[in-house]
Design a protein around this ligand. Structure first.
Ligand code: SF4
Length: 396
């Protein structure tokens, strides 16, 4: 996965594992109190870059409020197959991520400070960087739900990569039963920059209500797939431009749990507010371009099948709902001439929503419902046994 030249580079101009070069580039990591760093993060408006977009200051404060010494975990497990931003960040600028861990670990008097990566990830650079910083590196199982906070804690406690009891917050009882703060790798790198340069600097780019920069992984029908850094609130077409999209019909924003933005709307700004009408969010920064030769229903059926297979099969919606949704979507993609299929799929997507112990069914349902909505012309044609992308009859 390459990195591309972009105009807003705060995170990717890294120095690899060389700590001296990192300090020469960014200066020494300041020693600041928890209250100071918390105040600065709050003023910066930094939100999590792992997907949920939760205010980072609130998350840190929830764990810092405990009287017990916490565990701090950097999450670089990119369960989303379309996302590579954390892997690129760790290869290019590992010390920025470790800065965030070290700084918060020190300020919170953390009992353990851990960086979690997947076993199949090339962790050579970050492993060398961790050695110089006394930060534990945990190489764990990957998988779509493995990066989910409770699944990550479960693995660090020696269990499987499965989400666990949603009623016990990891901020109260996580790794080793201690209050645990899990922050995404990119979020930690941003914390390292905020601590050095301050909230005003952080807010000098991006939108007023969504400041700073983000990493985006761009793929699909583009000439140059890769990871770019862009200001939050940039227009979708501006962020995509360096990748040179080809014949786009729509862009999947936010990955397999995301939603489609039609090609007619590429001027939309990438903020929570502007993306809300599409039921999309920036999430972990995945932008996947679909071209006019790729059938969106075939693409979506493959994704739905993958998502059904990636569930932990612990809850009803994952056990029954997701496989049923994937099967029906597969039939629709294959041209089954059954006019009841679209309604059945939509009903199932509503049924599974909000019923799981984690957000996997909700995200899967959001993706499927968005597919039926944005590609409704395709849906109607497939029911008639015709695929507009393939330009041929497909009736099965
Ligand atoms: S909703 Fe699905 S993925 Fe989430 S915990 Fe339940 S079975 Fe596992």
């Amino acid at each position: 996965m390459s990195t591309m030249t972009d105009t807003t580079r705060r995170l990717l101009d890294g120095t690899g594992a060389d700590h001296d070069a990192h300090v020469a580039l960014h200066g020494d990591l300041p020693r600041i109190s928890l209250e100071t760093v918390l105040a600065e993060i709050r003023r910066s408006g930094l939100t999590g870059r792992g997907g949920a977009g939760f205010p980072t200051a609130v998350k840190v404060r929830a764990v810092a409020a405990s009287r017990r010494r916490p565990v701090l975990v950097g999450n670089a497990i990119e369960g989303e197959p379309l996302s590579h931003k954390d892997a690129v960040l760790l290869a290019r600028s590992p010390h920025l991520v470790l800065d965030g861990l070290e700084l918060l670990g020190r300020a919170m008097r953390a009992r353990r400070v851990v960086l979690a990566v997947t076993r199949d990830q090339d962790a050579t650079t970050v492993a060398a960087a961790c050695l110089t910083r006394r930060i534990e590196l945990a190489e764990l199982e990957g998988g779509f739900v493995a990066g989910q906070e409770t699944a990550l804690v479960n693995q660090l406690d020696g269990g499987e990569a499965l989400p666990r009891d949603p009623f016990t917050r990891v901020s109260d009882s996580g790794v080793d039963g201690r209050p645990t703060l899990v922050l995404n790798a990119e979020t930690l790198a941003q914390v390292g920059l905020v601590a050095r340069h301050g909230a005003t600097w952080f807010r000098s780019t991006g939108a007023d209500d969504d400041p700073g920069t983000s990493l985006f992984t761009i793929g699909g029908a583009v000439l140059r797939a890769g990871v770019v850094e862009a200001a939050r609130g940039s227009r979708l077409e501006e962020v995509l431009a360096p990748a040179q999209p080809r014949d786009a019909t729509a862009v999947l924003v936010g990955g397999f749990h995301g939603a489609w933005v039609p090609a007619t709307e590429l001027g939309v700004r990438l903020t929570a507010r502007d993306l809300a009408p599409f039921r999309a969010s920036v999430g972990a920064g995945v932008l996947h371009v679909l071209d006019d030769r790729t059938c969106p229903l075939v693409f979506a059926a493959d994704v739905a099948d993958y998502l059904a297979g990636e569930s932990a099969r612990q809850c009803g919606p994952c056990l029954n709902g997701l496989p049923r949704m994937a099967t029906d979507l597969g039939r629709l993609a294959a041209g089954a001439r059954d006019a009841t299929l679209p309604g059945d799929i939509l009903r199932m997507s509503r049924l599974v929503n909000g019923r799981g112990a984690c957000g996997h069914p909700d995200g899967s349902a959001r993706f499927v419902a968005s597919t039926l909505d944005v590609f409704r012309g395709h849906v109607a044609a497939h029911v008639e046994g015709w695929c507009p992308s393939a330009q041929r009859r497909i009736a099965s």
